[in-house]
Design a protein around this ligand. Structure first.
Ligand code: FES
Length: 171
C-alpha cells in the first residue's frame, strides 16, 4: 500500500488539471518565455500574441506548455484565461497570490507552481518591450521581488535536482 498522502488540491485545481484550456504552442506568438528548470522538469512555457490597438498593448491570445505538476498546469491554464484581452499593464499586476486565490488556494508546497506561471508572464511582457524597443513608464526598470523569486526558485530546483542525482535518486 502506498504511504503517500494526496495533496489537498482545491476542486478548481483538479477540474482545470483535468480540462486545461489554451494548451499547446501558439504559431503566431509575438513572444515565448519560460520559467522553471528544464533539468528537473518543472517548467512552464508561455506563448503570447500581443497586438497594439489604439495605442494599447493587448494580449490577444495566450497559450502554454507545462512540464510540471497538476498545480502548475492549473495555474498556467487559468493564467492564460485571465490575461486574454487584457492590456499588458493590467496583466503585469497579476501576482502569484492572485493566481493562487483564483484557483481556490494552493497547498504551501505548491506555491512555486504559481510563482513560475506568473514569472513566465512577466518575462514575456519584458521580452515584448525589449523586442519593440520601448519601455513604458509603468514597467519597473529593475527586477521586482516577484521576478527575483522566480530566479531563486529556479536555482533551488537545480540544486535539489543535482543533490538528488548525486544521491542516486535520479538517473
Ligand atoms: S511545478 Fe514544481 S511542484 Fe508544481
Amino acid at each position: 500500500m502506498s504511504s503517500r498522502i494526496p495533496l489537498p488540491y482545491s476542486p478548481k485545481v483538479l477540474e482545470i488539471f483535468r480540462n486545461p484550456k489554451n494548451l499547446g504552442p501558439l504559431e503566431d506568438a509575438t513572444v515565448v518565455e519560460s520559467a522553471g528548470s528544464p533539468a528537473c522538469g518543472d517548467m512552464i512555457r508561455l506563448y503570447l500574441k500581443i497586438v497594439n490597438v489604439d495605442g494599447q498593448d493587448i494580449i490577444e491570445k495566450a497559450t502554454f506548455e507545462s512540464y510540471g505538476c497538476a498545480a502548475n498546469i492549473a495555474a498556467a491554464s487559468i493564467l492564460t484565461e485571465m490575461i486574454k484581452g487584457k492590456r499588458l499593464e493590467d496583466a503585469w499586476k497579476i501576482s502569484w497570490k492572485i493566481l493562487s486565490d483564483e484557483l481556490g488556494g494552493l497547498p504551501p508546497i505548491k506555491y512555486h507552481c504559481s510563482i513560475l506561471a506568473v514569472g513566465a508572464l512577466k518575462r514575456g511582457i519584458r521580452a515584448y518591450y525589449k523586442k519593440i524597443g520601448r519601455h513604458p513608464d509603468w514597467l519597473p526598470k529593475e527586477l521586482t521581488i516577484e521576478e527575483k523569486q522566480v530566479f531563486e526558485e529556479e536555482e533551488m530546483m537545480e540544486r535539489y535536482y543535482k543533490s538528488m542525482k548525486a544521491l542516486g535518486g535520479i538517473r
